[in-house]
Design a protein around this ligand. Structure first.
Ligand SMILES: Nc1ncnc2c1ncn2[C@@H]1O[C@H](COP(=O)(O)OP(=O)(O)OP(=O)(O)O)[C@@H](O)[C@H]1O
Ligand SMILES: [Mg+2]
Length: 454
């Protein structure tokens, strides 16, 4: 009815059993799934265990009134639509019901047409709400996207690349250091694809040429190995019409590499122990933090598979290659951690802490940043994050990095070399140059040789 995804579930409450029976019959004739009870109390009991799209209740009943029932029900199932039937066709009753949260009312006695009209109206609202909820879910998934708030040139370039390839069915290989966000980016690609409402299935590959792994991914037939007591569908089949994400693809065993290659070439797989090819419609995304090219040279990864996978390579930059993104991401993790741990009061970040965050090299990338921010929120207990709320190791490393940077600009050795070159460049005699430099001529000869200026 009215574009609903499933049958409408209606709970009907009336203490007149004849009317109740009549209502249930009419609703079933309208293809609703209807359930009837004879009191408000009984209705609440039923609602505790089951969900309904609609509640249709009489107003005047012995015990709890229909109005009271609606008020109670609103607390339990806020998105259930309620309507009342009022035997007295009393305008006051109807107004009171609407005020209590009812969507509409039926004056008793009513015709089947009137009932049908009301149900249709309510079904339309339920359908609209379902549609809205879907859109909202999509929206919030997209808004907490990989690229939220990040502005570094490396990220902007990556987004342009990813947004171009996401809607296609192309195989994508995500490469990058651990924690750089490859798995998250694979999810982003799926959400941006035409398969977004189909399954996204993740598999972490392993080197073990175990039947277990292969059967997990490709499935098996009964009797394929000891313990295979019935046919089993693998992840590939679960991902049919959707996306299969193969994480740590560099770990794939040679046998599994061969099977994957076959799929990429012919779109068919075979269950372990089976001899009937299965044709599937699956988009492959893969990720690795290993150098597959090198593995190909070392003959540990099939070259033909590498080229099939690498149709579209997406290198995910390390965090230190996009330092502009460190603070926006840190703020995002800070906000999330604050909501999680300290009830919403979002602390700021002191300048010294910011400096340390930016200077650090982040070998664990985004994952490390997230952990550091969570820890800081816990330590700062609601105050601004200070450098002392960051791990010692991070402070040491970032101090070393900034010292390094300073040395590179003005190291003594560099200064000395530059100065000697300048003086020698004046074209004066060695003795005069030594005199200007304040060293002996012998020392100047030696330094000139050391610096390769002779
Ligand atoms: N763009 C992002 N925005 C917010 N959080 C992110 C982002 N990218 C990654 N993260 C978070 O950082 C952590 C690491 O990300 P992810 O697992 O995607 O990295 P990875 O590259 O797959 O790492 P590994 O190589 O270890 O599998 C996750 O907790 C993830 O939620
Ligand atoms: Mg990962």
């Amino acid at each position: 009815m009215n574009g609903l995804e499933k049958t409408l579930r209606v709970l009907v409450v009336d203490d007149d059993s004849a009317i109740l029976r009549m209502l249930l019959l009419s609703l079933k004739a309208m293809a609703c799934e209807a359930r009837g009870v004879e009191s408000g109390e009984a209705a609440l009991e039923v609602m505790r265990g089951e969900r309904f799209d609609m509640l249709l209740t009489d107003v005047r009943m012995t015990g709890m009134s229909g109005i009271e029932l609606i008020q109670e029900a609103a607390g339990m199932h806020p998105d259930m639509l309620c309507a009342v039937m009022t035997a007295f066709a009393s305008y006051e009753n109807a107004v009171e019901a609407i005020k209590a949260g009812a969507f509409d009312y039926l004056p008793k006695p009513f015709s089947t047409e009137q009932l049908e009209h009301l149900i249709k109206k309510m079904a339309t609202v339920v359908a609209l709400r379902q549609e809205n909820a879907k859109l909202r879910a999509k929206d919030s998934a997209a808004s907490s996207s990989w690229f939220d708030g990040v502005t570094s040139p490396a990220s902007v370039a990556l987004q342009a690349l990813v947004d171009r390839v996401a809607p296609s069915d192309a195989t994508v290989l995500l490469t990058g250091e651990t924690g750089s966000g490859k798995t998250e980016l694979a999810r982003y690609i799926h959400r941006r694809s035409n398969r977004a409402d189909r399954p996204f299935i993740e598999v972490v590959c392993t080197a073990i040429a175990e039947t277990l792994f292969e059967s997990e991914v490709f499935g098996h037939v009964r009797g394929a190995f000891t313990g295979a007591i019935r046919d089993h569908a693998g992840k590939f089949e679960m991902a049919d019409n959707g996306t299969l994400f193969l994480d740590e693809i560099g770990e794939l065993s040679p046998a599994a590499q061969t099977k994957l290659l076959r799929f990429l070439e012919d779109q068919v797989i075979e269950r372990v122990g089976g001899n009937r090819p299965l044709r599937l419609n699956v988009r492959i995304l893969a990720a690795t933090n290993r150098d597959l090219r090198k593995m190909v040279e070392e003959k540990t990864f099939r070259e033909d598979l590498y080229y099939r996978l690498n149709v579209f390579e997406c290198p995910v930059p390390a965090l230190r290659e996009r330092r502009e993104d460190i603070l926006p991401l840190a703020m995002r993790f800070l906000r999330a951690a604050a909501v999680k741990y300290s009830g919403n009061a979002v602390p700021g970040i002191s300048e010294s802490a910011m400096g340390a965050l930016i200077a650090y090299s982040w070998p664990g990338n985004i994952r490390e940043l997230r952990n550091v921010m969570e820890r800081a929120v816990l330590l700062s207990s609601g105050q601004d994050i200070r450098a002392s709320d960051l791990p010692q190791s991070l402070l040491h490393a970032s101090a070393a990095v900034s010292n390094d940077a300073r040395e590179r600009i003005c190291s003594l050795r560099e200064m000395e070399e530059r100065h000697i070159r300048r003086v020698l460049g004046l074209g004066v005699s060695m003795d005069r140059a030594a005199e200007i430099l304040g060293i002996t001529t012998v020392t100047l000869w030696r330094k000139r040789k050391e610096l390769g200026l002779a």
